[in-house]
Design a protein around this ligand. Structure first.
Ligand SMILES: C[S@@+](CC[C@H](N)C(=O)[O-])C[C@H]1O[C@@H](n2cnc3c(N)ncnc32)[C@H](O)[C@@H]1O
Length: 203
């Protein structure tokens, strides 16, 4: 168990994460991550590249997910999907293609710069069934039982209150809804020189 954070530490972590992702939104992820991002990340994670042929270069380059939530199961035409921590919108817009005009997809991200970028990408693709909004996984701005599927890629590791974020996901999913999460987890204790440092949250 991580030691409990003070309110001040929580505020610092939140602000630093938002600053980091504002910078990522203003550039391309490239040098900000230790794992492959952009086209190389999508190829390695075996994304369905055929569905993304008309995706603009900036959208492909902005991908900074850690895995592939779509590998966990199909998304069907007509479904309602929520992408938590949507970043610049790649997974959201891919889901929009999968649900088709009868479905709907919402992208949510805590960083306003990411949402601006995602909206610009959606406008280029002219997909009618997608909305993007600023918000946090711990407090989802949606009614109960609203979505068939939640996707999320590389985001829950950044949430300060994971229990609250999971409860919120459960609340907005319809009964029998699917939660398709890709994320990073610690598989062993951190070395002593790193353990308990708040920098671990955003490095
Ligand atoms: C590693 S990026 C992944 C972005 C996107 N899912 C993708 O695959 O390209 C993590 C994203 O999570 C967002 N984020 C961090 N904490 C969040 C929170 N508590 N609620 C919602 N989004 C959050 C960041 O702003 C950032 O866009």
């Amino acid at each position: 168990m991580e030691p409990r954070l003070t309110k001040k530490e929580e505020a610092l972590i939140r602000e630093t994460i938002r600053n980091k992702y504002s910078q990522v939104a203003a550039a391309s992820p490239g040098s900000y991550f230790r794992y492959p991002t952009g086209a190389e990340g999508l190829r390695r994670q075996r994304y369905p590249l055929d569905l993304m042929r008309d995706f603009p270069k900036s959208l492909i380059e902005s991908f900074c997910g850690v895995g592939n939530p779509f590998s966990l199961g199909p998304i069907h035409p007509g479904e309602a999907v929520l992408d938590i921590g949507c970043g610049a919108g790649l997974d959201t817009l891919l889901a929009a293609k999968m649900v088709g005009p009868e479905g709907r997809v919402a992208g949510l991200d805590a960083t306003p710069g990411m949402i601006e970028k995602a909206r610009a990408h959606a406008a280029l693709l002219a997909l009618p069934n997608v909305t993007f909004q600023v918000g946090e996984a711990e407090s989802l701005p949606f009614p109960d039982n609203d979505f068939d599927v939640i996707i999320s890629n590389g985001v829950f590791n950044l949430t300060l209150d994971k229990e609250k974020a999971l409860k919120e996901s459960h609340r907005v999913l319809k009964p029998g809804g699917r939660f398709m999460l890709a994320d990073m987890v610690l598989v062993a204790a951190l070395p002593p020189e790193k353990a308990g440092k708040i920098e671990n949250w955003y490095q």
